[in-house]
Design a protein around this ligand. Sequence first.
Ligand code: HEC
Ligand code: HEC
Length: 269
Amino acid sequence: MFNRTKSKKGRRSPMATVSLIVVGLMTTGGAYALFSSTANADDSTSTVAASSQSQVNEGEKLFASNCATCHGLSAQGTSEGPSLIGVGAASVDFQVGTGRMPMAAQGPQAEEKPAQFTDEQVDALAEYVASLGPGPSVPSTELTDGEKGDAAEGAELFRINCAMCHNVAGAGGALTEGKYAPSLETVSGKHIYEAMLTGPQNMPVFNDLNLTPEQKADIITYLKYVQDNKSPGGFALGSLGPVAEGLFIWIFGLGAVVAMTVWLTAKSN
Ligand code: HEC
Ligand code: HEC
């Protein structure tokens, strides 16, 4: 009886040893994996942070020498230009990427010019302004390449939301006080998206509740379709619609008839 208890106490079952080893291995292995992966994660976030920090510094320098005269040294705004705190990277990417900024001359509306900065410099300026306050960021290419949207859906949305200013075919149109909605015949998908997101000048902002990202992508697909299929019938006459086309016939058609009549009577005299 005594012996039996003793032997039970003194001798562990072989299964216990195996499971102890398994548990031990799993704990050390798990701990190692955990530590090494957090160490890696730390590494990558710190390099990302470092590179975007240097981008912000680069942007700050560009800003001080090109934009601060109108927008203020810390983008707080002056009498010459609005504050840029909270306008977001998307607004800067749009304004500088389309050459509107730096604004050359005060006027009713910032003119589009060839962009004055490289893509990297635009990114740096956008990062700098984004670092001052939260705002819309630059949209991802899958929403702006115009490839996955539905053109028919986009055409309908464009007629409802945009055509009153930009014309049904995106040919552009005049607004009051010397302002105008520009033609959309050459603008890139990214800049279309950013225009909707930030509402430059007299254009309203279309946030994600007004137009979801998918609907914005549909509009881009429609505009890309229009850009790639310009007026198969010949002269577009500004795509102003039946009035312009009727007027064209009146002026040139009737003009030709009148000219012919004048010529004939002149001959008979
Ligand atoms: C000559 C003055 C002037 C200079 C220089 C200038 N801006 Fe502007 N900026 C303006 C004015 C005025 C507006 C508002 C009118 C407009 O949008 O047409 C404006 C608007 C903007 C907006 C739109 C703000 C919004 O509410 O979405 C951004 C972004 C911007 N500027 C960025 C820049 C950057 C970046 C630079 C430098 C590369 C720059 N600007 C240089 C005068 C200037
Ligand atoms: C109330 C009139 C109005 C409406 C509605 C409007 N826009 Fe605009 N849009 C403007 C004006 C004005 C500008 C020029 C702003 C500037 O130059 O600063 C503009 C500029 C743009 C640009 C920049 C073009 C370029 O060449 O850089 C795009 C793209 C654009 N609009 C797309 C749209 C789309 C898409 C819609 C509908 C979802 C829309 N707009 C609705 C008035 C309007």
